[in-house]
Ligand binder design. Sequence first.
Ligand code: NDP
Length: 438
Amino acid sequence: MKKPIAGFSKLSKSEKIEWIAANYTQNPQELKKILESYWNSDSRLQQLHDEFIENTISNFYMPMGIAPNFLINDRLYAIPMAIEESSVVAAASKAAKFWEGRGGFRTTVLGTEKVGQVHFMYHGSTSKLLDFFKNIKTTLLSEAEHLTQSMQKRGGGIKDIVLKDKTSELPNYYQLHCTFETQDAMGANFINSCLEQFAETLKKEALAHPYFSEQEKQLEVVMSILSNYVPNCLVKAEVRCPIDQLNLTQDISPRDFAEKMVRAVEIAKVEPYRAVTHNKGIMNGIDAVVLATGNDFRAIEAGAHAYAAKDGTYSSLTHAKIEGDLFSFWIEIPLAVGTVGGLTKLHPLVKLNLEILQQPSAVELMQIMAVAGLAQNFAAVSSLVTTGIQKGHMKMHLMNILNQHNATDKEKEAILAHFKTHTVTHRGVLNSLENLRK
Ligand code: NDP
């Protein structure tokens, strides 16, 4: 019978491991061996990782690969990707190479605005609240100046604060809807600090407001927090070429291929079951770059999917069209990312990946990520409308199956050769392995 533990966080790392080993595993020695095998031999590097989060007991590795040949606005990039799913880096590389020979990717940043809100409850006259807000708006801004000075010097800061009446959706609910420019930072800490200051000023000024009743003075701040929905922090990435250059495979004519691509995207626009998987494929590419550059993939995911549902139905984040002889394929996606702050200057691999990406600004990184998502989607949809994706996937998955069953190098060599001309299935690989081992 397991018992809860008090004060776990106060234990040393080895005490934590002892406790988890004694209480949650059949084989404590094996658990310790595995955890320790993932520690870094450089104790300073290990300590850095230990201190990223709480209660650290080991590191969780993920492969990091490179997808080369991305021509973005006439500049070549090799994109680092951290991802566990086989075939993502291969697909991105294939799409990059294909478009490199057809003019590459064109990108535009459509906006960089971030959002945060102070949510509060107010029991009283809305018009009095509006007048009050007009009076205190400059105080809200001036009392946050100690937080915003250096951001302003960089050209960023608070853009605006708007009072929103949300009482038709929830009785007595209002908000300060605030917009920010956070330059090369994703901005979560800057925005949250500003919002908490706005909340303090709001409460203080309400208490002192001469025209408020006692009840109106007691407005209740519920929370102050940035929003990960950033529809105006938006980037567009596009590829286009004459249809006759869409000669990916001999099995389908370039025009049929272009038409099938457009139809596949149209389906993802109207059918949420397909759109979710379509967008998941886009996020395969984007998340891998988000992780490799130390950004927050939960924030990016939440914002991207909310944007995909902005018109009331969950829909495709990519678009495709044929105009005369020209095929175009593009993505529009909100990406609030940073090249400073968070882990970006701390994690040695993140620093290295930003160097590989030629030290991008946040705005450049948005463009690189959007391109990775578009490339991924182009590769996935083009496989889907031609050969299907299983052929490529299972080929990549073959190595995972072999490793799962501890295949030796010699066994791997023989089985890889066999499956060059046979369809890969899980059972088929096991059968081959068993035959070899007989
Ligand atoms: P940091 O607070 O670590 O760093 C950003 C700060 O760096 C800025 O506020 C600024 O401070 C300074 N800075 C230095 N150079 C620049 C520059 N060129 N451009 C902009 N700022 C610069 O990171 P963030 O505020 O970006 O927060 C990111 C982290 O927050 C992520 O790790 C994320 O996981 C986490 N987070 C996310 C949340 C969410 O998404 N909902 C919620 C809470 C946290 P100064 O002006 O003072 O110099």
